[in-house]
Design a protein around this ligand. Structure first.
Ligand code: 13P
Length: 340
C-alpha cells in the first residue's frame, strides 16, 4: 500500500473520526463572540491547546484539521500542537484553501480560492508535521442555483488542490459542501449533491488524482434548514447513502461527513443510522465535525477560569465517543442522558 493510501486508511480507522478545528480567524471570532470569549491570538491558542490535550481523545479521534496559525502554536506546556496531537496518536492535518469568494459573473455563488502558491505552502506544511490537508468548496441551493459554472469551477479547484497535495505527500480531504441554508426539501438537496459529486469525481479523474489516497468530506443529504418538513433520521441516512453509492467509487477509503449546522446529537444520530443500514457502504462512513464536536466544549470553556478546562475536555470527549460509536452503528441516545 502506498504511503498516501496508508495515511487515508488511518484517518478512517474503525471507531474513529476527524476533529475539524480549522476555523479561519473570522469564523473563530464568530464562535467565540457567541460565548463572550475575546478572539485574541492567545485565546485561540489556549482554546485549541485545551482541545488537543484532552486525555483519551486519541481513542475516538484519528486526525485533527488545524488552521495555519494553530500548526505553528504550542500548547500551554510548550509542546508544538502537531506534536501534542501525535503523542495521542492523532494525525495532524491542515486547511489549505484561502476561503470561498464571490464567483465572478454569478451573483450569490462562490468559488474557493488558494491555488496560487499552493505547492510551496504544502511543502512548508509537510515540514511543520502535517500529513493530510483540507479544501472546502461551497455550493448554495437557491433559485437558479447552483449553476453548472459554479459546480464545475469548484470541482476543478478541488481536483487541482488534490493533485498538488498528493505530489507533496499529503492526503487531500476533498470537501464539496452543499449548504443547508434555504427552504428546499430533501429531494432538491439530493439532486444538487448528486450533480456536485458527479462533477467532483470527473475532475479528480481528469487531474490524475489517485482515489485510494483521498478522503471525501461531503455534507449529508438533508432538508434545507428552513424547510417546513424536516426529513426524519432514517430518510436522511438512506438518501445520503444512496446518493454516495451512485457517485463515489469504491476505491475511496472513507467518507467523513461535515456537520454543517446540524445539532450535535442529530449529526451523531444520522451517522449512526447510516452505519446501521444493510447492505452498507464499500467505504468507511465516519465524521469530520467541527461545530458538532466542539460546541459543548466551547460553551463551557473560559480563558480566565482554569477550572473550566477539564469540564470542556470531558464534553469534547463525550461527543467524540458518541460519534466514534456511530461509525460502527453502536451509538445509543441513552448515552446522552448518562453524560448530562
Ligand atoms: P462543521 O462540522 O461545523 O460543518 O465544520 C466542518 C468543517 O470542517 C467545515 O469546513
Amino acid at each position: 500500500m502506498s504511503d498516501l493510501a496508508s495515511i487515508a486508511e488511518q484517518m478512517v480507522a474503525e471507531g474513529k473520526g476527524i476533529l475539524a478545528m480549522d476555523e479561519s480567524t473570522g469564523t473563530c471570532k464568530k464562535r467565540f463572540d457567541s460565548y463572550g470569549i475575546e478572539c485574541t491570538e492567545e485565546n485561540r491558542r489556549a482554546y485549541r491547546g485545551m482541545l488537543v490535550t484532552t486525555p483519551g481523545l486519541g481513542e475516538y479521534i484519528s486526525g485533527a484539521i488545524l488552521f495555519d496559525e494553530t500548526l505553528r502554536q504550542n500548547t500551554t506546556d510548550g509542546t508544538p500542537i502537531p506534536m501534542a496531537l501525535q503523542s495521542q496518536g492523532i494525525l495532524p492535518g491542515i486547511k489549505v484553501d484561502t476561503g470561498a469568494h464571490p464567483l465572478a459573473g454569478f451573483e450569490n455563488e462562490k468559488v474557493t480560492e488558494g491555488l496560487d502558491g499552493l505547492r510551496a505552502r504544502l511543502n512548508e506544511y509537510v515540514e511543520l508535521g502535517a500529513v493530510f490537508a483540507k479544501w472546502r468548496a461551497v455550493i448554495t441551493i437557491g433559485p437558479d442555483m447552483p449553476t453548472a459554472a459554479c459546480v464545475e469551477a469548484n470541482a476543478h479547484g478541488l481536483a487541482r488542490y488534490a493533485a498538488l497535495c498528493q505530489e507533496a505527500g499529503l492526503v487531500p480531504i476533498v470537501e464539496p459542501e452543499v449548504l443547508m441554508d434555504g427552504d428546499h426539501d430533501i429531494d432538491a438537496c439530493y439532486e444538487v449533491a448528486d450533480a456536485t459529486l458527479r462533477s467532483v469525481y470527473a475532475a479528480l479523474y481528469e487531474q490524475g488524482v489517485v482515489l485510494e489516497g483521498t478522503v471525501l468530506k461531503p455534507s449529508m443529504v438533508l432538508s434545507g434548514k428552513d424547510c417546513a418538513e424536516q426529513a426524519p433520521v432514517d430518510e436522511v441516512a438512506e438518501a445520503t447513502l444512496s446518493c454516495l453509492l451512485n457517485r463515489v467509487p469504491a476505491s475511496v477509503p472513507g467518507v467523513v461527513f461535515l456537520s454543517g449546522g446540524q445539532s450535535d446529537e442529530l449529526a451523531t444520530a444520522h451517522l449512526n443510522a447510516m452505519n446501521q443500514l444493510d447492505p452498507g457502504a464499500p467505504w468507511a462512513l465516519s465524521f469530520s465535525y467541527g461545530r458538532a464536536l466542539q460546541q459543548p466544549a466551547i460553551k463551557i470553556w473560559r480563558p480566565d477560569q482554569p477550572e473550566t478546562t477539564e469540564l470542556a475536555q470531558k464534553a469534547l470527549l463525550h461527543r467524540a465517543k458518541c460519534n466514534g460509536l456511530a461509525t460502527i452503528g453502536q451509538y445509543d441516545e441513552a448515552l446522552e442522558a448518562q453524560a448530562a
